[in-house]
Design a protein around this ligand. Sequence first.
Ligand SMILES: Cc1cc2nc3c(=O)[nH]c(=O)nc-3n(C[C@H](O)[C@H](O)[C@H](O)COP(=O)(O)OP(=O)(O)OC[C@H]3O[C@@H](n4cnc5c(N)ncnc54)[C@H](O)[C@@H]3O)c2cc1C
Ligand code: SF4
Length: 532
Amino acid sequence: MQAEVGIIGAGAAGGIMALELASRGISVAVLESGPRHDFSRRGEYVRRYLRHENPWTISPPTLDVYTVGGPTPYHLAGRRARGVGGSTLHWEGYALRLHASDFRLRSIHGVGEDWPISYQDLERYYGDAERMLGVAGVPDEPEASPRSTPYPLPAFAFSYSDGLFARACQTLGIAFHHLSQARNSLAYDGRAQCRACGTCQACPTGAKASVDLTQIPRAEATGNTQVITGATALKLELDRSGEVNAAVYAQADKVERRLEARVFVLAGGAVENARLLLLSGSRQLPGGLANRSGLVGKFFMSHPAIDVVGRASERVYPYRIGFSTAMSRQFAVAGDRVTQGAFLLEFLNSAGPTPERIAMASGRWGPALRQHVKDEFGHWLGIRVYADQLPDRINTVSLNPRVRDYFGSPAPHIHYSVGRYERAALDRAKEIASKILVAVGLTQIRPTGLSFAGHQMGTHRMGTDSKTSVVNENLRCHDVPNLYLVGGGCFVTASASPPTLTIAALAIRAAEHIAARIRPTRQSEPARAPAR
Ligand SMILES: Cc1cc2nc3c(=O)[nH]c(=O)nc-3n(C[C@H](O)[C@H](O)[C@H](O)COP(=O)(O)OP(=O)(O)OC[C@H]3O[C@@H](n4cnc5c(N)ncnc54)[C@H](O)[C@@H]3O)c2cc1C
Ligand code: SF4
């Protein structure tokens, strides 16, 4: 198997990278460990989701093993998906740009690190990513960094409960604005308009952008992309000059095969990218590939999260829209980022127990049960908090040789903890969220337990110094000139905002760089059909 560019992983970063390169006439082969989840069977996935199962589990499950450790273990189950589309099969679709200050945490606040690029360097690519994914939004966030292009789709209307939150925020002087998302508020780009059915982790209409619908079919339609499914990359091989010349991969039969290419891109997600580099070590490179800095797998980050909920005496009509439509990023930029992390407030359109949970907990039957569910359902409101997490060397992805996957490779082990900085942010956020819920007039206000977003970042950070980072500003490994690493692993800091729009913008930028390297004389614009 040969191509000009070999990509490992067909998720957000890999799918975008494949389309960007293939539409410039570059031949691409993508190895995807998971299956192709056929869109015509989406109804089955929705039913599984409605039974509270993870619709995206794959077989054999030993392909997806991992182990956890540390004071607050970070589990991957339900926090990533395997298959063509990767975790965008499962994601909620919230698509936010970072703020300019997120790229300069060290310079402005003296904590974390600065990124080697600025918001301005990424601004044009953010616009491309928004058009590509079809982001619905309106520029009503007072703290947002300047944008040069409009959102491609109008924002979703605020919900009934948003109206309650908006009034409370106004009395408290808290910014309240739309939550931009890669979900079709109108039919867009050949995909349907959202029907607000609310099973977004398995969208039956295709209204939510996922790269199995938005990028991969187009990349394949160029004739320049081949996607090999059920193909897990086991290690990368180096030639004598120190460049990667092949990815060794295997399918269900466990027979090892080779993909040869001029340039390789790892797009397996922050955990699997680090793991594959560590698995690709040799006698000459005992610490793993591209790891002269010793930082591969270090500085793992996510977004610690908490919900604060409260009960209304009147009905507040939750669960009518499955996704959130409003947020506040006032605290994602302002305030003390020296001793406490920034945080984002998401105003939930679905909070409190669902009718079946109320029924199961009631112990009643017949008419009494029906009356109880009628009385109890629809009285809860909630605010979700996502906190910024500082890069901390102790939070690490490493190999666990005691646990092996389907192919006999050591499982990834995630050591994870939440420090004082993040806990201070969550405490402050709980106070603010509680104040808003009081102003709405709710009672029984309480926080839920600590949780974590399905966002994985930081295991092969960007930087200009090869001693303190793994990839440069174009996402090329400092140590291996034809190897690029894309995805959240490149993030230097986490910010309080979801990562995928930034992952997409960085992938588009890196693809431009790779294309200019492979076809130095060609124009760098891809031949793409315009989005409708
Ligand atoms: C439930 C959920 C909700 C989320 N909601 C949001 C949200 O609202 N907003 C947001 O910004 N982000 C959200 N995310 C996160 C978002 O999905 C990820 O940030 C994004 O998909 C990461 O892109 P990626 O390409 O790096 O990895 P992925 O999309 O995870 O893709 C990686 C792919 O690589 C494949 N792979 C891995 N290792 C190998 C190997 N060795 N060989 C071959 N293939 C391999 C995997 O099978 C997978 O398909 C959510 C995630 C989850 C799980
Ligand atoms: S609410 Fe919209 S995006 Fe979510 S599953 Fe339904 S159609 Fe898809």
